[in-house]
Design a protein around this ligand. Structure first.
Ligand SMILES: O=C(CO)[C@@H](O)[C@H](O)COP(=O)(O)O
Length: 209
């Protein structure tokens, strides 16, 4: 399973040191929050660009914003691999088109209350589907195990429709919850507090892997 640490719980006053601690991960997950789509503000293009310059890892950028169309271009860096927008945000179709035009892989995320059914029309355009396993907005919340039903459903749909998007989960991932993710068919897991609150983030990444 691919592991993408979310830097939301990192020490932002020592960000470069924090990034070095997670060099053994597969991607870096950037949680961008606009204070409107979710009740929190994290960081924007400026800090993301600085991270992109020092990070050796591909960026997996999760836009928790109401108007992705306005923001997409500002997060296209040479190492942006995925730009993930939310189905509950505005202008899904146009945003997907814009991400593709920027030659970045398309991610589509759904909040815990949103059904897989709602994203089916867009799956053919997705490289990644991000199943939120907490309500987006904050790190350190408890894993919602019932979201694994969505993962199982997505695995089935992917097979039936011969698609090849990755399935990612985000929220409450730890050594206690990673097994059920793997068994359900998750390809990539985002982990914030488990990695950055661990005395050795590299060990935390290894234990998840
Ligand atoms: O997108 C989010 C929160 O909105 C996540 O990426 C969390 O930041 C993951 O944090 P933990 O639950 O692993 O602490």
């Amino acid at each position: 399973m691919l592991i993408a640490p979310s830097i939301l719980t990192a020490n932002f006053a020592r960000l470069e040191e924090e990034l070095i601690k997670i060099e053994s991960a597969d991607k870096i997950h950037l949680d961008v929050m606009d204070g409107h789509f979710v009740p929190n503000i994290s960081f924007g293009p400026h800090i993301s660009r600085s991270i992109s310059k020092v990070s050796k890892l591909p960026l997996d950028i999760h836009l928790m914003v109401t108007d992705p169309l306005f923001w997409i271009d500002q997060f296209v860096f040479p190492n942006t691999e995925y730009l993930t927008i939310h189905i509950e945000a505005n202008h899904t179709e146009e945003s997907i088109k814009k991400i593709k035009q920027a030659n970045v892989k398309v991610g589509l995320s759904l909040k815990p209350k949103t059904k897989v059914y709602d994203i089916i029309p867009y799956l053919k355009d997705c490289d990644l589907v991000l199943v939120m396993t907490v309500e987006p907005g904050f790190g350190g919340q408890s894993f919602m195990e019932d979201m694994m039903d969505k993962v199982v459903e997505l695995v089935k749909i992917r097979k039936e429709k011969k698609l090849d998007f990755l399935i990612e989960v985000d929220g409450g991932i730890s050594d206690k919850t990673i097994d059920i993710c793997k068994k359900s068919g998750v390809d990539m897991a985002v982990a914030g507090s488990y990695v950055f609150n661990h005395k050795d983030p590299k060990d935390a990444i290894n234990s998840l892997k």
